[in-house]
Structure formats: C-alpha cells, structure tokens
Design a protein. Structure first.
Length: 291
C-alpha cells in the first residue's frame, strides 16, 4: 500500500501496474511553463516532415482548379516590377540598371514578410479543427504556416533571377548570405508563433497587422533606397524590418553591408525570440480554448 499514490485531481488510487494518465489536469507552476513549451518546440521539429507536407498540401489545395496555380504570383510580381521600376526610377532620378534589381528583390522580400505576418495571425484559428481533434504540438502548425509561405516565396524567386541576369548583377557570395537566409527563416517561424498566439486571443490582430504593414511598406526602404536619406540614416535601425532586409538585400545586389546592420538584425531577432518564447510558455495551455 505504500507504493500507491492518490491522484490529487480525482482522489483515485491507481494500482502499481496502472499506466500513467494520458492527460493531467493539474495546473502548471514555475519552470514547468518553460519546460513544456520547449518540449512542444522539440516535438514540432521532430515532425518537420509532416509540417512540410501539410504546408505543401495547403498550396496545392489553394490553387486547385487554376491553370497557372501559384505561378500567378510570379506573373503579378513581374508585372508590378516592370510597371513600378521604370516609373519610380524616373521619379527618384535613379539609374534604372541599379534601381530595378534593388526594387525587385525588395518587393519579393516584402511580399514574404507580408504573407508571413498576415498568415501568422490565423495560424491556430485556421487549424482549430485539428487542434480540437488530435493531440499535436502547437509548433507543428507554426511550421506548417512557415513552409507554406516559403513555398510562396519560391515562386517569386524566378523574377529576381531573370532581372539580375538581365542587368548582369553579380551577388557578393559569402557566408553572410546563408546566415541571413537562416535568420529570416528562424524569424519568420517566431513571428508566426507570436502572431498566432495574439491572433487566437484577440481577433482584432489581423486588421491591425494589415494596417501596420501598409504604413511600414512606405516607411521601410522598399520603394526607395536608404542612400536617398542625406541625414539620419541611423534612425532606420529602429525599424525592425530594415536591418533584416539589408542583410539579405545588400549581398545579393553586390553592395557593402553597413557595420551596424548585423548587430541590429541580431538584436531585433533576439528580442523577438525571448518575447515569443516567454509568451508561448505562458499561454500555450490556453490556446485550445481560444480557438
């Protein structure tokens, strides 16, 4: 009888051969929040192949019945670059051979940012049926959304390749290009997780994010080059999207990276990671009730 323990939630005394319960209703305390959140992330990474498959199926189902499918995104991006490139190069008195590759890469990267943030707001609400019917790590749904947006980005890369080849732009191949792409994927995962939590709790988050993105599109150097600012370029580092854009855009366009760009990008990424993980650890147990 000494080996038997009473379950605090029910008062039931199991036999020594009784397996542990599948679901415990005891509230989390202290470091258990962080431990369970970390275990959720690890479990999601172990199911990375499933998350990638689900993201691929989302793209196939979204464009089912379409002739061009997701390549409509490629066509629309090409038309936008051709229309805006010549016009804005004339308005800002810039060389079209230098401006058009800059604009093409900027629009493609910003399209990925916009789709990631807007899609991230509905990461958990759109998967409510799966969350309620199966016990799966929440990070798997985040991985699914991240893969889905990366596949969308991949359909716009041919536009960048064609423009760079046409204007003979030679990227500066270095280790920073791989590090920048890895940091972008990591940040997109964290941003999707953060907005997924906020979007599940507050349904006003999607329109707020959409309105904010419209403002940041004109504030962040997307249509205009940073060197057009004669003074106060250091203030651009307060925009979290500017250093993240620069660490990818500058090597590909063959320009020199400012020494303050990488520290700023890493600082913004570290802040995003710490805040997102703390929020996920605290709110993870409530997500199933919010969706």
């Amino acid at each position: 009888m000494d080996s038997m323990q009473t379950t605090p939630a029910t008062g039931y005394t199991p036999s020594p051969n009784t397996p542990e319960p599948v679901l415990t209703l005891l509230p989390e305390k202290g470091a258990s929040y962080l431990r369970h959140a970390w275990q959720d992330l690890l479990s999601g990474m172990k199911l990375a192949r499933l998350g990638a498959t689900l993201g691929w199926l989302d793209i196939k189902l979204r464009y089912r019945g379409s002739i061009l499918g997701p390549f409509w995104l490629t066509a629309s991006t090409a038309v936008m670059v051709a229309a805006m490139g010549v016009l804005y190069a004339y308005l800002m008195n810039m060389d079209v051979h230098k401006y058009l590759p800059f604009l093409t890469l900027s629009l493609v990267l910003w399209g990925f940012v916009g789709s990631t943030l807007q899609d991230g707001c509905t990461t958990f609400t759109s998967a409510a049926g799966l969350i309620h019917s199966a016990r799966m790590p929440y990070s798997l749904h985040v991985l699914r959304a991240t893969v889905r947006n990366l596949l969308t980005l991949a359909h716009n890369i041919p536009v960048v390749v064609v423009v760079f080849l046409w204007f003979r732009v030679a990227p500066s191949w270095s280790w920073t290009m791989g590090a920048a792409c890895a940091l972008w994927i990591f940040d997109s995962f964290m941003a999707t997780l953060l907005l997924g939590i906020l979007g599940a709790r507050f349904r006003d988050v999607p329109p707020i994010v959409a309105s904010t993105l419209q403002i940041l599109f004109f504030v962040t150097p997307i249509l205009w080059a940073p060197e057009l600012m004669k003074t106060g370029q250091d203030w651009l580092l307060l925009d979290p999207f500017f250093p993240l854009m620069e660490i990818v855009r500058t090597p590909f366009t063959g320009d020199i990276v400012n020494t303050a760009i990488w520290p700023a990008a890493l600082a913004w990424s570290a802040g995003l990671t710490v805040f997102t993980f703390a929020l996920f650890a605290r709110m993870r147990a409530r997500l199933a009730y919010w969706v």
